[in-house]
Design a protein around this ligand. Structure first.
Ligand SMILES: *Cc1c(COP(=O)(O)O)cnc(C)c1O
Length: 228
C-alpha cells in the first residue's frame, strides 16, 4: 500500500515535470516522516525513498540512529531553535528552515566544531503570516548577505510554506514569488551562494510547485497517510 502510494507520487512528480518541460531528474522527493512510526519509515525506505524530512530534532535523532544502516539522506524541515543547532548539524544533510542570523551563526559555529560545511536553505514567509516562521521577502537578501562571513554554511536555496488552501491554484502566487525572489537575489550578485534549490510544494499542491520551479517537494500525507 505504501509502496503503491509512493509509486503514484513518483509518477505524478515525473508527469508534472514533463508537462511543463522540465527534466524530472531535477526534482527530488522529500518524504516527510514526522510523527510516522519507525517501522513505516523503514518500509518507505525499502520501497525506494531516499530522502526523509523531519520536523522535530529529538524524534528525528532516534529514527536516524535506529535506521543508520540505510544509505538515506535526512533533511530538517521544522522550526529550528538555537539550542538545537548542535544536534541539527550532526544529524541533517540539509536544513530547510534557517530564518534568522542568530540561528545561522549558531549553525555555523557548530558546523565548524564538526568540521562540516552545513548545507542550508533560507525559509521565506512569503505571505507574512504571523503564525509562520521565515524571513520576509523584503529581508531575505539582507539576511543572506549578512551570512557571508559564516563560512561553514553553504546556502543552497530558498524554502517556503504557503498558507493552506484547498485549491492548489491559490498557492501558485506564493511559489512564483519565491522563485522570483531567488532569481532577483541571484541577479543582485550574491555570488558566494548558489541558490539552485527551491523547496516548495506538499501533498495538496506539489504539481503547481513543480510548474513554478520546485527542486525539492516535501510530501507526507500522500505517502504515509493522514497524521494523527
Ligand atoms: C508536515 C510538513 C510537510 C508535509 O505536508 P503534507 O501535507 O503531509 O504533505 C511539508 N513541509 C513541512 C514544513 C511540513 O511541516
Amino acid at each position: 500500500m505504501l509502496k503503491e502510494q509512493l509509486k503514484q507520487i513518483k509518477d505524478r512528480i515525473h508527469n508534472a515535470a514533463i508537462d511543463c518541460g522540465r527534466n524530472p531528474e531535477t526534482i527530488r522527493l522529500v518524504a516527510v516522516s514526522k510523527t510516522v512510526a519507525m517501522e513505516r519509515v523503514k518500509e518507505a525506505i525499502e520501497a525506494g525513498v531516499t530522502i526523509l524530512g523531519e520536523n522535530y530534532v529529538q524524534e528525528a535523532s532516534e529514527k536516524i540512529q535506529r535506521l543508520s544502516i540505510y544509505p538515506v539522506s535526512w533533511h530538517f524541515i521544522g522550526h529550528l531553535q538555537t539550542n538545537k543547532a548542535k544536534y541539527a548539524v550532526k544529524l541533517f544533510d540539509l536544513i530547510h528552515s534557517v530564518d534568522s542570523l542568530k540561528v545561522a551563526q549558531e549553525l555555523d559555529k557548530q558546523a565548524k566544531k564538526n568540521n562540516k560545511i552545513q548545507p542550508i536553505l533560507i525559509q521565506v514567509n512569503v505571505a507574512e503570516q504571523v503564525s509562520k516562521s521565515g524571513v520576509s521577502v523584503g529581508n531575505a537578501a539582507k539576511l543572506i548577505n549578512n551570512m557571508r562571513p559564516l563560512t561553514n554554511l553553504a546556502v543552497k536555496g530558498l524554502m517556503t510554506m504557503p498558507p493552506y488552501f484547498n485549491a492548489p491554484e491559490k498557492v501558485r502566487p506564493y511559489f512564483k514569488t519565491l522563485r522570483e525572489l531567488r532569481d532577483q537575489i541571484k541577479k543582485e550578485g550574491l555570488s558566494y551562494v548558489s541558490l539552485d534549490e527551491l523547496s516548495m510544494g506538499m501533498t495538496g499542491d506539489f504539481e503547481v510547485a513543480i510548474q513554478e520551479g520546485a527542486t525539492l517537494v516535501r510530501i507526507g500525507t500522500a505517502i504515509f497517510g493522514e497524521r494523527n
